[in-house]
Design a protein around this ligand. Structure first.
Ligand SMILES: Nc1ncnc2c1ncn2[C@@H]1O[C@H](COP(=O)(O)OP(=O)(O)OP(=O)(O)O)[C@@H](O)[C@H]1O
Ligand SMILES: [Mg+2]
Length: 291
């Protein structure tokens, strides 16, 4: 039996002369070149929405920056971006320099790129025009992937120790990112202590591992807020490291609303201490000291 004949995108004749395939390949090459000056890419993910992925991303970025690392954050949530607000760069204009789009420096000098920086005002939603409503889901996935590819290829990050990716909820998002980013150092999974969250997150852990992402571990966020099972048990059952427990703390949310990483403004608060310890543990894994 011969090899199965699979028609690849590039084999489909005629793209209207726009050379889409060539453009995508050129973008992929730019993306690889950009990321060659980034020591480690770290994705913060959860199958579940609202568990604190973005808050944790902002604070891990803050803790790493406070420890002296050069840090960038890509808001991979193109539909509901929050990184620009949490890191204090909302309303900043993007400048196109000789080397590409320059990410504005937010709190603690963290470089931030987000769809939010491209929206004209607060009320404008991110809208994808699907040819028909039935195709909306597929179209949106494709548009999100191409928006991310563009961000990764066109942002002049410069030299970074860590580029954190704040993902929207859903494990399929990690699969998209893994398809775009050649080397992801690892994924950090976030849950809250509730049975419902654990059920969803358990599946995300399996899916992340199946997609080939090194799963660096699980963070339990908003500890004390729910009566449900602890993250440690979930991490144990899924055979991944438990990275730590971040208590529920309204002041953490208030700091995020002001664009300030909590680890910087209240470093002695238990939530900040937990986040700093988690960041230090991750840094030891993804940024090994040169030998
Ligand atoms: N440990 C915490 N203590 C108090 N509030 C928190 C904590 N973690 C997150 N929050 C708050 O909970 C809300 C949701 O957090 P966040 O936006 O970080 O979640 P998310 O997982 O990124 O959500 P989405 O799935 O929509 O991207 C925010 O208002 C945030 O300030
Ligand atoms: Mg978020």
């Amino acid at each position: 039996m011969g090899a199965p004949v699979v028609k690849r995108y590039r084999d489909v004749a005629g793209d209207g002369g726009s050379d889409i395939v060539g453009q995508v390949q050129a973008q992929q090459a730019r993306l690889r070149a950009r990321l060659s000056s980034v020591r480690a890419v770290l994705a913060v993910v959860s199958g579940k929405g609202g568990v604190g992925k973005s808050s944790i991303t902002a604070n891990l970025a803050g803790a790493l920056a406070l420890a002296g690392a050069r840090v960038g954050v890509l808001d991979a949530d193109v539909n509901g971006p929050s990184m620009a607000k949490m890191l204090g760069v909302r309303g900043r204009r993007l400048v196109v320099g000789p080397d590409g789009v320059e990410p504005p420096a937010g709190a603690l000098g963290i470089a931030v790129m987000s769809m939010d920086l491209m929206l004209p005002d607060d009320a404008t939603p991110v809208a994808w025009d699907a040819p028909t409503q039935a195709e909306g889901h597929t179209w949106r996935g494709a548009m999100e992937a191409s928006a991310l590819r563009e961000f990764l290829a066109d942002t002049a990050w410069g030299s970074l120790d860590v580029l954190l990716l704040d993902l929207p909820p859903g494990t399929d998002r990690l699969v998209t990112v893994l398809g775009l980013v050649p080397v992801v150092a690892g994924a950090v999974i976030v849950t809250v202590p509730s049975g419902v969250s654990h059920l969803v997150v358990r599946r995300s852990i399996t899916a992340a591992a199946a997609a080939g992402a090194p799963v660096l571990g699980l963070i339990e966020n908003m500890a004390g807020m729910f009566q449900g099972p602890g993250g440690e048990d979930l991490a144990h059952a899924a055979a991944i490291p438990f990275l730590g427990r971040v208590p529920f703390d309204p002041a953490l949310a208030a700091a995020a609303d002001r664009g300030e990483p909590y680890v910087a403004v209240a470093p002695a608060a238990p939530a900040a201490l937990a986040l700093s310890a988690i960041a230090a543990g991750l840094a030891a894994v993804i940024l090994p000291a040169p030998t």
